[in-house]
Write a protein that binds this ligand. Sequence first.
Ligand code: URA
Length: 209
Amino acid sequence: MQHLTVVNHPLVQHKLTLMREQDTSTAVFRQLLREISQFLAYEVTRELPMTTKKINTPLQEMDAPVLAGRKLALISILRAGNGLLDGMLELIPSARVGFVGLYRDEETLKPVQYYFKVPDELGERMVIAVDPMLATGNSSVAAIDLLKQAGATNIRFLCLLAAPEGVARMQEAHPDVPIVTAALDSHLNEKGYIVPGLGDAGDRMFGTK
Ligand code: URA
């Protein structure tokens, strides 16, 4: 898989435009995120290992394709990552789910872990870390550091929007982790927001300010 995949399907791009609009309500924003997450999940799971099993159709026996190996792990980077989970779990209901919570230390500006709970045997699973916004990349890089320390070796990163700065930071720190996104935006502003972006994804999906 290439390092950055932008899912430029017309339905994804149309839904993303609706999400970006400032007047889109919390309920509609959440529903659109759920819908787009399924297109992104479709793309990010392209290389799931397959095997075959013998089944009987009404006409004959066949060797039919099925997923192989351990169930994949979806890892939500709190809190905005949770907005991507429901839609992805509809598509992949047997996936295991983990959570990584990080906050930014205001003195060092470094991400600090406050929560970490992930499925066992991470090294035997495809691990998909999810966070809607890849902005500076600091928390994404830190979350992936933690997943690697926990044994993950086959990791992908799924986001709704990416900034070039975040993509570069990830490429430098974790060149082995492919990124799947719906759009690569222009740049980060001085406050670390993606431009043109959609604002604070967590606030928009949870109705907070
Ligand atoms: N996080 C957000 O929610 N929005 C941004 O634009 C950047 C980081």
